[in-house]
Design a protein around this ligand. Sequence first.
Ligand code: CO
Length: 142
Amino acid sequence: MSGERLDHLGIAVASIEESLGLYRALGLDLAGIETVPNQGVRVAMVPAGGARIELLEPLGPDSPVARHLERRGPGLHHVCLEVSDIRAIMERLRREGFQLLAEEPQPGADGSLVCFIHPKSAGGVLIELSQPAAGGAAEDDD
Ligand code: CO
């Protein structure tokens, strides 16, 4: 069972604080801000109708989001689908010839495990797959 629901839309922004004004004006509330060092970003989650809007602010010039802002300016960065077994999905995608950006799942926001499908394999869209943390506890590989 996987790929069940849209989890969030990732939007690249220069400043989370400056970007929040719009979402607040739309009646949406900030759920929290988190730093995800291995992805080079600060992340603000704004729940919206069962899914979320994820505002991504680069931590520094080497962040992939900083490069996105340089090349394309602020805007839609990725679409994230929630999956229940990320390793099984990655294996299936590889077997079917889709290109992933990493061999292994990476730590994401909220203790999730994530991987990205290369836009070349996904019609020009960067797709993130996210397996939520199990019961909020840290999960070890077996
Ligand atoms: Co994301």
